[in-house]
Design a protein around this ligand. Structure first.
Ligand code: F6P
Length: 344
């Protein structure tokens, strides 16, 4: 078969591991040929691609980012987009398409598969919030980076007797905040699933100070709503899927904490450092397992389906189910946060 791959949306450590495994198994087991469209759906529309040979993918499973580059391109919004995709795939004699991406990218994969294109998906996001899968690759790396940052920030917060608010990624779900907050021993962990109660935040920090601790660490997810309501946007612009760029809740919160407690407070936004660099061993392994399953899905003609991790097994579900909702933290995780906080 002639198979095309693409990576869409925000990049994610482990994307190259998926590409590596799908290409190796496809060539070695099935005698497939591969191309990789560049810049996500944009490269399909513009017919830009590179050949993916065994040599081209050699060693890429160790690397961060995506060798195919990425973009947030919504084919559904481009006039004649679907026809253009069909034309390009036909011109390149593509039998099947593997799209690596989050819910936005997969909404396009679903749309195309409903319009006669042989396409399957692989879920991707450091936010770990795709429905139906227990973990997405990239999440483990993001948590490791964020936790290391909390460790580092701890010493400077201590030296200066400050509170420091650390903003991490997570638009709709607080998976990174939850894990880095708990693993990093933050005094306060704030996730988008729960309302921010400023009285409680202040009480938690004060109770630590009362017990002789001279500094405080707060981890907050970018998607958290302000106590008075509304998310904090980095800019007024929205992407082609209608999402605004979230950024700044950490700074806003630091201001509120300083005013409410009198403690000198700073903030730091970890931003894209969480998506950069090499994947952890776990993400390299998980990415490769996803890639191996993806090429099996192609040969089994499982169009419109997406690979998922269930427990310790990789299997697949419909893309429709995967994008129907976001997987969010629930009471079990809130309890972990609460049970480790100071008593107030
Ligand atoms: O990939 C998801 C995500 O990392 C979100 O947590 C974040 O809001 C967004 O991507 C940032 O995207 P961009 O790279 O386009 O600024």
């Amino acid at each position: 078969m002639r198979v095309a791959l693409l990576t869409g949306g925000g990049d994610c450590p482990g994307l190259n591991a998926v590409i590596y495994a799908a290409v190796r198994k496809g060539i070695n087991t099935y005698g497939d040929e591969f191309i990789g469209f560049l810049d996500g759906w944009k490269g399909v529309i513009e017919n830009r691609f590179i050949p993916l040979t065994l040599e081209a993918v050699d060693g890429i499973q160790l690397k961060g980012g995506t060798i195919l580059h990425s973009s947030r391109t919504n084919v559904k919004k481009i006039p004649g987009g679907i026809e253009k995709v069909q034309e390009v795939l036909k011109a390149n004699k593509i039998d099947a398409l593997i799209a690596l991406g989050g819910d936005d990218t997969q909404s396009v994969t679903l749309f195309l598969s409903e319009n006669g294109i042989n396409a399957v998906g692989v879920p991707k996001t450091i936010d770990n919030d795709i429905n139906g899968t227990d973990a997405t690759f990239g999440y483990d790396t993001a948590v490791a980076i964020a936790t290391e940052a909390v460790d580092r920030i701890r010493t400077t917060a201590d030296s200066h007797n400050r509170v420091i608010v650390i903003e991490v990624m997570g638009r709709d779900a607080g998976w990174i905040a939850y894990a880095a907050g708990v693993a990093g021993g933050a005094d306060v962990t704030l996730v988008p699933e729960l309302h921010i109660d400023m009285d409680r935040v202040a009480a938690l920090l004060k109770s630590n100070y009362d017990r002789g601790k001279n500094y405080g660490l707060v981890v907050v997810a970018e998607g958290c709503h302000l106590p008075e309501g509304g998310q904090v946007m980095g800019s007024a612009e929205v992407d082609s899927f209608g999402h605004a760029r979230l950024s700044g809740i950490g700074e806003a919160l630091a201001d509120m904490i300083q005013k409410k407690t009198g403690f000198e407070t700073r903030s730091v936004n970890l931003g894209h450092t969480q998506r950069g660099g090499v994947p952890t061993a776990y993400d390299r392994l998980l990415g490769q397992r996803y890639g191996l399953h993806a090429i099996e899905m192609v040969h089994d003609k499982k169009w419109g389906r997406i690979a998922v991790l269930r427990g310790t097994d990789i299997t697949d579900i419909t893309i429709k189910e995967a994008i129907s909702t976001n997987r969010r933290l629930d009471q079990r995780f809130f309890n972990v946060i609460r049970d480790l906080e100071a008593k107030v």
